[in-house]
Design a protein around this ligand. Sequence first.
Ligand code: URA
Length: 211
Amino acid sequence: MSNFHVMDHPLIQHKLTMIRQKDCGTKVFREVVNEISMLMAYEVSRDLPLEDVEVETPLVKTTLKTLAGKKVAIVPILRAGLGMVDGILQLIPAAKVGHVGMYRDHDTLQPVEYFVKLPSDISERQLFVVDPMLATGGSAVAAIDSLIKRGAQPSSIKFCCLVAAPEGVKVLQEAHPDIHIYTASLDECLNQDGYILPGLGDAGDRLFGTK
Ligand code: URA
């Protein structure tokens, strides 16, 4: 099975089209990013392990399924990744949230880590690294490198975005071939400024109303 997943569910596609439009304001943008993230969480969590549990319904005793011990942490890449956290937490409310902050150095154009705060047990958790835009792939690779350096298991990391550029997918797949990538859209390309086309603009600015 391929490690690259485009979520072509009609609800996700419809909502993504809403937020791509330039006249979609901050309030609706934020709400719809939240909704898409929740829908994506449903699919991204599909292989969480289950275990048997004995329960008593009003009629009989029986054995049913419940989520097993494997715990989840959501790791937004700051700042735009924050916009995806609440939607995922609506489906997985017990998840912990770690943060990785990256900025791009103006001279080297390389991502520089400026903040990392993670749950202490990341080596035992399923990690959902989230960032709405997978553009050059630089921040995603650096964030995942940072998690692995701190003990995360590569096989427990999944990367989730709303829009991916082919260039970023290639960079992330070459650096981390085993990590599954989930996106609502695979767009056409990057422009000369590193924006995804057709894209949705600067996800952080649109989420937080900055410019
Ligand atoms: N980051 C964004 O927010 N938008 C893009 O198009 C590319 C990177």
